[in-house]
Design a protein around this ligand. Structure first.
Ligand code: FES
Ligand SMILES: [Fe+2]
Length: 431
């Protein structure tokens, strides 16, 4: 349970809010690169942390991200003309470059220096991994760009996927760190009893994908243990396998919102980020890499169409609250636990089905909710510290580059903390 006051602290992210300031100390994804496909293409609207913004790709191919409202008389720059290295407001022709400098003011006398005094808010951007990232905090505190495992691979290997979610970002994050729900929400009914299946991988080491599914169905009472690290925290869900071993699913969380959900090595690295558009909606970003070769165009299309909630270029899904996520009661009886197609959509249905900002005073959290409890504590503490002027943790890029999720069957009696501690081994995990 969380008091109403702490819930407000945790969930509100607009300019000037303590949590909004915490999130403004880190690089965040804002658009897919394909939304701005070429130099001088049409500008697009973007919303992040409650701020209305407009993005454009200038003549050099660099991306500008500026306030939506022109500083002259507050017209929307979305209607602007993107031409010759700047975005020109269509109301009176003022023009701004990607740094926010006013580079032309044709409505004022030629001898006026008024244009040198006018600036528009502009945030720095990086275009990497099919994703446009931005940093919205104070210039003097800007950290180096994120060094994540996915960036060990070139952009051609990386696929980015984004779906808008109609819920506060906190409950969407909490869906990702809720290990026990995968034994229920995402089950196909046929997987619930796989007692006849055995491919010999319920032994110490890496299980097959199918064995992993069997184990998650056989032990639905994962023991959750959280460990603090110097990049954030990680947690394990431990299940007993049919052969009596301990099966570990280790999920890592780089503070504040970069999550690497436990995956088998064959699935390649990936990071999930739940990024607030405003207090009531967020983006579910998934950025993942193939380790063996570039993705083909067909694979990229396929990912968009078959990720469970087919999206348009702006990340709007075809399933949502308005059509009950295309729930089929027949499928719920005969095929799957939910009757809703697609893992991500199943997550959306439950996290959006809570109140838009979920009331956390009336929850009853149990032992399997340990990671959620821990994350709330860490986030609320960071927001409280920010109120007192204390900055949140700064990341060491060398450590970030080593953070991994992990899945393995370990010998009975071993310490799980020795598994998958790629960053901790060098950086001194606090235990
Ligand atoms: S409102 Fe933009 S130039 Fe006047
Ligand atoms: Fe899920």
């Amino acid at each position: 349970m969380l008091t109403h006051e702490d819930n407000e602290l945790l969930c509100r992210v607009g300019p000037g809010t303590p949590m909004g300031e915490v999130l403004r100390r880190y690089w965040l994804p804002v658009l897919t690169s394909e939304e701005l496909p070429e130099p001088d293409c049409p500008p697009v609207r973007a919303k992040l942390l409650g701020e209305e913004l407009v993005a454009f790709r200038d003549t050099n191919g660099d991306v500008g991200l500026v306030d939506n409202y022109c500083p002259h008389r507050r017209a929307s720059l979305f209607f602007g003309r993107n031409e010759e290295s700047g975005l020109r407001c269509v109301y009176h022709g003022w023009k701004f470059d990607i740094n926010g400098d006013c580079i032309d003011m044709p409505s004022e006398p030629a001898e006026s220096n008024f244009k040198d005094k006018v600036k528009i808010t502009a945030y720095p951007t990086v275009d990497r991994g099919g994703t446009i990232w931005t940093y919205m905090g104070p210039k003097e505190l800007q950290p180096p760009f994120l060094n994540l495992q996915i960036f060990d691979y070139p952009d051609s290997h990386i696929i980015t996927n984004r779906v808008q979610s109609d819920a506060n970002y906190v409950q969407v994050i909490e869906g990702n760190i809720d290990s026990s729900h995968i034994s229920f929400l995402h089950r196909n009914l046929a997987d619930l009893d796989m007692s006849d299946f055995d491919d010999g991988t319920d032994i110490v080491g890496t299980p097959s994908n199918k064995m992993s599914t069997k184990i998650r169905g056989a032990d639905r009472n994962a023991r959750v243990v959280v460990q603090e690290t110097n990049y954030g925290w990680r947690y394990v869900g431990i299940r007993t396998t049919p052969n009596g071993h301990n099966h570990l699913r280790i999920t890592t969380n780089i503070f504040p919102i970069y999550q690497m959900i436990s995956r088998l090595p064959s699935q390649g690295p990936g990071v999930l980020m739940m990024v607030p558009r405003d207090d009531e909606t967020c983006w579910r970003w998934s950025v993942s890499a193939r380790t063996d070769r570039p993705n083909t165009e067909e694979e990229r299309e396929d990912r968009k169409n078959n990720s469970g909630n087919k999206t348009d270029i702006h990340g709007r899904g075809e399933k949502g609250k308005w059509n009950d996520y295309m729930l089929s009661r027949d499928d719920q009886r005969n095929l799957s636990f939910t009757g809703i197609g697609g893992v991500g959509t199943q997550d959306q249905a439950v996290t959006e089905g809570m109140a838009v900002i979920s009331d956390k005073q009336n929850e009853h959290l149990g032992t399997s909710d340990g990671a959620i409890i821990h994350n709330r504590k860490v986030m609320v503490n960071a927001a409280r510290a920010m109120l007192e002027g204390i900055e949140p943790m700064k990341h060491d890029p060398a450590v970030l580059g080593k953070v991994r999720s992990h899945e393995e069957i370990m010998p009975f009696g071993d310490d799980w903390r020795l598994y998958g501690a790629f960053a901790g081994e060098d950086a001194g995990i606090k235990v």
